[in-house]
Design a protein around this ligand. Structure first.
Ligand SMILES: Nc1ncnc2c1ncn2[C@@H]1O[C@H](COP(=O)(O)OP(=O)(O)O)[C@@H](O)[C@H]1O
Ligand SMILES: [Mg+2]
Length: 281
């Protein structure tokens, strides 16, 4: 079990890699032979249909679970989609074609019941939230009830703008140390330090990896990464795993290309991380 408990929420800007990181972290957890449930809670663009090949059936939607007259641990387990390539990972999420209007209003009480039950159903629970969390009671409560919250940003201006708009809602209040900040999908040529300053410092930088993007597009996200360029990404995932679990990992000799933890820059000054450069975004 994690030092803080077993539930991690992943939040942050659109396309920052929340779903990608959630799955890769689950794969890392599965390597330790621990069970993990990933709840893909985005009702605006449900990811589960695109995480698995067409022959894997998703029978029950997260929306159905959250609005059914009663909720039992059995119902939750029955709704879990088992990942064919890993006996340790299962997924819950909305189905293809659904949106927040597909179900009656989800209540706060039901989400709390659901999250409390989930904790007992796996060694680890990852709550992959929607960027528009303020419009989704599940994501709001996920952040509140999770033991740790991974706050993902991007190094492009849209991500920084998103963070500026949401910073007040994405900050530690009383739980010091609950939030972990990261930049995802970080491209060569972007200045991570300048970008990190906008997020008040970050602990992880996940580099853009071509192989990873291809895995995502080809529905192979549960497979291992083999390219040389992916090792820095993989290193960050292992470190994240250590951070949230306390499990010791075997740190490879190879140093990652990315650096971490910079001091916060004063929020008032807007420094364009791409000034003077042609970004690749
Ligand atoms: N580190 C990365 N390297 C390459 N592509 C990435 C990386 N992180 C995310 N992506 C790509 O960005 C897109 C959005 O990623 P996703 O995980 O769905 O983001 P989010 O869940 O935050 O919206 C996907 O096409 C994914 O393949
Ligand atoms: Mg997502």
């Amino acid at each position: 079990m994690m030092e803080y408990g077993n539930m991690l929420a992943v939040v942050g800007s659109p396309s920052s890699g929340k779903t990608t990181i959630s799955i890769k972290l689950a794969v890392e957890i599965a390597k330790k032979k621990k069970n993990v449930i990933v709840v893909c809670a985005d009702p605006f663009a449900p990811p589960v249909p695109f995480l698995l090949t067409a022959d894997t059936e998703q029978n029950t939607s997260l929306g159905a679970l959250l609005t059914a007259p009663t909720l039992t641990q059995n119902k939750i387990l029955e709704a879990c989609v088992l990942v064919p390539s890993s006996e340790h990972i299962s997924l819950l999420g909305y189905c293809l074609g659904e949106n927040p209007m597909s179900y009656p209003k989800v209540t706060r009480e039901r989400v709390i019941d659901f999250l409390v039950s989930l904790r007992h159903l796996a060694d680890y629970v990852i709550l992959d939230c929607t960027a528009v969390f303020e419009a989704d009671i599940f994501s709001i409560l996920a952040m509140e009830l999770a033991d740790r919250v991974l706050r993902m940003g991007t190094s492009n201006l849209r991500g920084i703008s998103y963070y500026r708009s949401h910073a007040g809602m994405l900050e530690d209040r009383k739980d010091g140390g609950k939030y972990i900040s990261a930049i995802g999908n970080f491209k060569t040529g972007q200045e991570w330090e300048a970008a990190a300053g906008h997020y008040g410092g970050v602990s992880f930088v996940f580099p853009y990896v071509l192989e990873l993007e291809a895995q995502y597009d080809e529905l192979h996200l549960f497979e291992g990464l083999t390219s040389k360029e992916s090792s820095a990404f993989q290193m960050e995932i292992r470190k994240l795993m250590t951070e949230i679990s306390g499990l010791q990992v075997h740190i490879q000799e190879q140093k990652p290309e990315v650096k971490r933890t910079v001091t916060a820059r004063k929020k008032s000054s807007f420094q364009n991380p791409f000034a003077g450069r042609k970004g690749e975004f």
